[in-house]
Design a protein around this ligand. Sequence first.
Ligand code: BGC
Length: 471
Amino acid sequence: MEILYIIPALALIAGTLFWLPRRLRRPRLATALPLTGQTFPDGFLWGTGEDAYQHEGGNEHADWYAWERSEPHPFADGSVAGRCVDFWNRYEDDFSRAAADGQNFHRVGVEWSRVEPTPGIYDDAAFAHYRLMLESLKAKGMRVAVNLWHFTLPAWAATAGAWENPQTMVRWEAYVGECGRRFGDLVDYWSTMIDAQIYVLRGYFTGEIPPLKHDPATGVRVLGTLAHAHARAYRILKPFGGQVGMIYFFSLCQSAGNPLDAFVTDQFDRLFNWNLTDALRTGRLQVAIAGGPRVDLSLPEAAGTLDWLGINYYYREIIRFNPRAQGLVERGPAPGASLTDMGWEIYPEGLYRLCKALRRRYPGMPLVITENGLADRGDERRPRFILDHLAWLHRLLAEGCPLLGYSYWAGTDNLEWLDGFAPKFGLYRVDMKTMERRETASARLYRFIATNNRLPRESEVAGLLNPPVAG
Ligand code: BGC
C-alpha cells in the first residue's frame, strides 16, 4: 500500500531537486549595452594575429603534418593544413593591411618544428625569416606578441614521447633560449604557450588530437609538465626583456541549475579554467576529478610566472549532469541563444563576467584579450558580435579592470584545427585557390574602432557597414 505513496513522493522530490531548478533558472540570454561612442583609454592595444600552424603553411616537420595524412582522415572537411593561408609568404601584405586598419598590436607564433626540424640542429634561415616578420611589425609601429608553442610538436619530439619524455623539456629549454636570444629585442609580450589545457583534454582525455591518447591520468601529469615548461621558459626569457605570460582559452561555465549540474560544473570549471592558471600564481597544481585522476604537485618554480595573461574568450557553456555523457558532463549553449557557425553561444556579457572573475582571483594581473571572434561565413553576426563584446569590455575598463588591449581572432581566415578550413573566422576572407584576401564589412567596422579608439554610436553603425558606393 505504502508503495503507492512512496513513488509519487519520490517523483515529487526528484522534480523539485532536479527538474524544477533547471526550469526556474533558465539562463538569461545575451543583453546588449547601448552604443554611445564609448572611448577607450589612450594607448589601448587593438590587434589581430596569426598562429604558426594555423596560418603559415608548409610546416612539414610538425607531428600534425603526417597525422593529417593518415586514415581515417582527422579533419572534418577532408582538408590538410598544406600551404594553409600562405601567411609564411604573405605576412608583409597581411601586416600592412593590419597597420592600415589602425591596429597597434599583433601576435604571431613560432613553429618549433620549423626552426628545429632535427633535434639540436636549428634552421637559421627559418629563424631569420621570423626575425624579418618581427622587424616588419616593429617598423609599422606595432607592439608585438610572440607565442612559442601551440599544440603541434616537432615530429621527432612526438615520436619520442612528446611531453612525457623528459628529453622534450631539455630541447624545449634550448629552443626557448634560442628564441629569446634571436628575437628578444623585438618582443613586447612573450606567450610561452596557448591553450595548454586543451592540448591535455583533447590529446589525453578524448584522444582527438596528437598524442591521441585516452589516458587522463597521464594527461593531468602532462599538465604539470606544461606548468613546469612554462615556468622554465619564464626564467629563460626574462633576461631578454618583454613581459612573459601565457595565452589561455577561458570559457564561461554556468550550471544548468540543479545540484548535480552545479557539482559537475564546478569540477569542469576548475579543470578547464583554473587548475593550470592557479598553479602559475601559487606554485601548486591541484587537480581533483571525482572518480577520475588527481594530482597535487608542488611547483614552487611556477609561482609568480605570469607578467600578463592573454585571454581567449569565445563562448558561454551551460553545463548539465548527464550520466551518459563523457565524464558525466554535457556542455552546450543556452536554449534559444544565438549561435555561431560552429554552434557556439554568442554571449558577450560572458567576457565581462569572466574578466571580473579573473580580476578577483588574480588581483592586479594585466590582462589582454588575445582572441575573441566567431566562425561566421556570411559575416552576418560578426559586426554585432564585435560591438557587443567591446561595449562590455568598455564597462569593465570603466570599473578599473587592468585591461591592456583587445585582439580580434583572426585577421584572416585560418585552419580551425579538427574543423579544417570550413569555419571562417577572418576579418579578411581568404580565397583558398588564389589566396586573395577580401575585406568584410566587419573589417571596415574594426578599422573604424581601432583608428578612432572608440566604438561607433548606434546611428553610425549602418553607414560603416554599408559605405555609400563611390560615384
Ligand atoms: C585557439 C585558436 C582557435 C580558436 C577558435 C583559440 O583559443 O588559440 O587556435 O582557432 O580558439 O577555436
